[in-house]
Design a protein around this ligand. Structure first.
Ligand code: ATP
Ligand code: MG
Length: 424
């Protein structure tokens, strides 16, 4: 036998028993974002490597060690997108949608990062991202966060996630903070984990994010970013908090929250859960006023977030929050014996779908004896099984079996679609 080829490590198939949860999640989110006026944008999975180097930042984890980068046949360096914001900016700017305009956009699709696969962390994973462009004031930050809270509400997740909020100020404020932080941490360099030691020179802000205990204890007495935040950023942050409070969106301020991508400034936020172990963040975002310009466009403020679909699916499953209506189920299974009945069963199935196009109607295909067909009907877990044989056809009727009670009755072929629709 030929050797079977397996999927790439960290890249999962979404099998039929899971895909209905995905569809439910995607549909719920799509409806919510639409109700806030966001329109979908789609862009390629592959981009020029430079887009992410410049957009995400050379010294971020993503660019330093997580990208799937390869040369195409022309020797051009391409990268499988590790996130969506840079691509979204590239696409929107290229189409002339950004300068002096307000845009509310969202996207969904696979992202690729070479990380150590574990629960909630994969090499191909999926995000839904929401971005808004053209508004520099805090009201749009608030709109996005309120929108995300509504998504959790719709999904039954609101009480299971916590909003963490911070302001990381302007670039100049972060620079001043970085100098103070590096000065302080250099004194304790040998107590820092290896990554953090390296980051002292490459990306010191990220040290605040370290999970290492020794590093965290050194950080306790470190200078606080909060002390470096200027008036403009503070006012922005205050308005955001006031709007959230007025809308009863609870949050906690986490001064250590910095986010791993270079493009953020002012507002950053994460929605975290205590139900998924260390892969706790289900949604993360913030303001990125410098990004469009950094990517060669005219200065345009932006703010957005991305949520990890796998982690949300895990969370919905862990908390048993998937409504029955979202699960795949068969409404009607049609069994037929003989050529005339088989043909009639097609017509009947179409009649049932005609009345309500959301009905799941399965016809037994491939022939087989009555007993076998009934076994298939049982296995399908359909609510109703309709049985059609030559006798039924001759009389213009069918047998309708309610699979939940086992009751069977004769029904005219003309009336059965309405009868079933009424019962379902
Ligand atoms: P983390 O700190 O968990 O690595 P991140 O800061 O790298 O997350 P972002 O780039 O902000 O993540 O992506 C937004 C969201 O996408 C995350 O909050 C998470 O839900 C999801 N996500 C990120 N990386 C992965 C991954 N490798 N596998 C599954 N989901 C992911
Ligand atoms: Mg990461």
């Amino acid at each position: 036998m030929a050797r079977k080829i397996q999927a790439i490590r960290g890249m999962n198939d979404i099998l039929p028993d899971q895909s209905s949860v995905w569809l439910y999640l995607e549909k719920t989110v799509a409806d919510v974002v639409k109700s806030y006026g966001y329109q979908q944008i789609r862009f390629p999975i592959v981009e020029n490597t430079d887009l992410f180097k410049r957009g995400v930042g050379e010294t971020t984890d993503i660019v330093e060690k997580e990208m799937y980068t390869f040369d195409d046949r022309n020797g051009e360096s391409l990268t499988l997108r590790p996130e969506g914001t840079a691509s979204c900016v590239r696409a929107a700017d290229q189409a002339g949608l950004l300068f002096n305009q307000v845009q509310r956009l969202w996207y969904t699709g696979p992202m690729f990062r070479y990380e150590r696969p574990q629960k909630g962390r994969y090499r191909q994973f999926h995000q839904i991202g929401v971005e808004s462009f053209g508004i520099g004031s805090a009201d749009i930050d608030a709109e996005l966060i309120i929108l995300s809270a509504r998504m959790w509400k719709q999904l039954g997740l609101l009480e299971h996630v916590e909003l963490q909020l911070n302001t990381i100020g302007l670039a100049s404020e972060r620079e001043a903070f970085k100098v103070a932080l590096v000065e302080y941490l250099t004194e304790f360099k040998d107590q820092l984990d290896e990554d953090s030691q390296r980051r002292l020179t490459t990306n010191p802000l990220r040290i605040l994010d370290s999970k290492d205990e020794s590093t965290q204890s050194v950080l306790k007495a470190a200078p606080s970013l909060d002390d470096f935040i200027g008036k403009e950023s503070k006012t922005h942050f205050d308005l955001l908090q006031a709007i959230l409070k007025a809308n009863n969106v609870p949050f906690v301020i986490n001064h250590r929250l910095v986010r791993g991508l270079d493009y953020y400034g002012k507002t950053v936020f994460e929605w975290v859960t205590s139900h998924l172990g260390s892969q706790a963040t289900v949604c993360a975002g913030g303001r990125y006023d410098g990004l469009v310009e950094q990517l060669g466009g005219k200065a345009t403020p932006g703010v957005g977030f991305a949520m990890g679909i796998e982690r949300l699916v895990l969370l919905l499953e862990t908390l048993d929050l998937i409504p029955d209506s979202a699960k795949f189920s068969t409404d009607v299974f049609i069994v037929s014996m003989g050529d005339a009945a088989e043909i009639a069963s097609f017509v009947l199935a179409e009649h049932i779908r005609e009345i309500d196009s959301s009905r799941v109607v399965l016809r037994h295909c491939g022939g087989g004896n009555f007993k076998n067909q009934m076994k298939k009907a049982d296995k399908s877990e359909a609510r109703f099984t309709i049985i059609l044989g030559q006798d039924e056809i001759d009389q213009g009727v069918c047998q309708v079996k309610d699979m939940s009670t086992g009751e069977q009755q004769t029904c005219s072929l003309v009336d059965v679609p309405a009868y079933i629709d009424d019962k379902l």
